[in-house]
Design a protein around this ligand. Structure first.
Ligand code: PLP
Length: 406
């Protein structure tokens, strides 16, 4: 007998102060159950108009004049907005450009250069693949060694584990704020302080937390951070990433892709490279202006709602998914933290058949993600997901599991 009835869920949506925001996204009126907004957020309806207007008025109307009028500074303008609305970062420390992978590379090389003579990069074995691969490449280029932290794939890096891994040889540490598999929410200030005590820097990957979990990068004494904008910031497929570097590091920050757009005076077209003052030096080539349009709409929406309210809805959704799972899917195991304080915006459920379950769910227009080993990952994008949608998704999982098990 199920304790959760449809009536309860209707109540949860009726009591949700953010429920109405769901209607602002494209496609939420259809029957599709979308539980992968942490991989690719839904577009806002406002974005369709913004894109059309951009083509007609800005690109088509202003042409090359657009660079002088606004596009040139857009990476810093949008970076400051991300910093203010989502990161707890004062202006002039965040810039948008490149992909997360490329910015990870630049930030890791910058971190290595800030700690000359040190020989190790610390990274955990369950960090996102691109973070591990880039760290491996940077280690080889710079003659450094990787020191691995083994982690529980249902949890993440703890203070004790990091304390054991860092030493006077650590140049920098690479960690994710929210683990892409388990949703483990790392204790950023505590872990950063541990690395700092060893004289090391930390590069935080915020891809799975930005726009979902509030943060205070300045107050937490964070050194460097990067993050995606196409997940909880709904910037669209391939939208550019952002990088944050603390103001105290900026004068000494050097990155390896010395392009003209990150140079002190790009239009001087001088014989040699001198870095721009401040965070702009993390740029390399022409900024992806079209790629920042959708992002601006989502930032405006999050600004209107406020990150604390977004987090409250996010926690409500993940908590509801977990309690419903306990009743409805007792044959699965929770591979995410049970404590909401240690959990980001998604929930992973393990069962030996989850790969097959995910394939069948996609055929039924229920879209979660699959992550090895045996994990069904439910990404609950706070402003575009309803409690009823979560409920429909979990009932579909029950039906599919029943159909696959004798
Ligand atoms: C999604 C994600 C990325 C993606 O990097 P791209 O360069 O955009 O492909 C990187 N790191 C983490 C932790 C992610 O979750």
């Amino acid at each position: 007998m199920l304790l959760t009835t449809l009536g309860d869920v209707t109540d949860l949506d009726a009591q949700d102060p953010l429920a109405a925001y769901r209607d602002r996204f494209v496609g939420t009126g259809s029957g599709l159950v979308y539980l992968d907004g942490n991989s690719l957020g839904r577009p806002l309806q406002a974005t369709a108009q913004r894109l059309a207007t951009f083509v007609e008025d800005e690109w088509g109307g202003r042409l090359i004049r657009g660079w002088d009028e606004s596009w040139f500074l857009l990476p810093e303008v949008v970076g400051d907005e991300i910093g203010r609305i989502c990161l707890g970062a004062a202006a002039s420390q965040t810039v948008v450009g490149d992909s997360t992978t490329v910015l990870l590379y630049k930030a890791m090389r910058a971190a290595a250069a800030l700690r000359p003579g040190r020989t190790e990069i610390v990274v955990d074995r369950d960090n996102f693949p691109t973070d591990r691969y880039v760290a491996d490449g940077v280690a080889r280029e710079c003659g450094l060694t990787l020191r691995w932290i083994d982690v529980d794939t249902s949890a993440g890096v703890t203070a004790d584990q990091l304390s054991e891994a860092v030493c006077e040889q650590t140049a920098f540490v690479v960690l994710s704020h929210v683990a892409y598999r388990s949703a483990w929410l790392a204790d950023v200030p505590a872990l950063t302080a541990i690395a700092h005590d060893a004289g090391a820097l930390v590069l935080w990957d915020l891809s799975h937390s930005v726009g979902s979990v509030p943060m205070s990068l300045d107050a937490w004494d964070v050194d460097l951070a990067v993050g995606c904008t196409y997940k909880y910031l709904n910037g669209g497929p391939g939208a550019p990433a952002f990088v944050y570097a603390a103001a105290r590091l900026l004068d000494d920050l050097v990155q390896p892709v010395q392009g003209w757009m990150g140079a002190h005076d790009p239009f001087l077209m001088g014989p040699t490279y001198a870095p721009a003052k401040g965070i702009r030096r993390m740029l390399s080539g022409t900024p992806p202006v079209v790629g920042m349009l959708a992002l601006q709409d989502m930032l405006a929406l999050i600004d209107e709602v406020g990150m604390d309210a977004v987090r409250a809805k996010s926690t409500g959704l993940t908590e509801h998914a977990i309690t419903t799972t306990a009743e409805l899917l007792p044959d699965t195991t929770l591979a995410s933290p049970r404590d909401a304080e240690r959990r980001g915006g998604h929930v992973t459920l393990n069962h030996p058949l989850m790969r097959e379950v995910t394939e069948e769910l996609w055929r039924r227009d229920v879209i979660p993600d699959y992550r090895d080993p045996h994990g069904l990952r439910l990404g609950l994008s706070p402003l575009s997901t309803s409690y009823a949608e979560v409920e429909r998704g979990l009932h579909a999982v029950r039906e599919v599991l029943d159909s696959l098990t004798p």
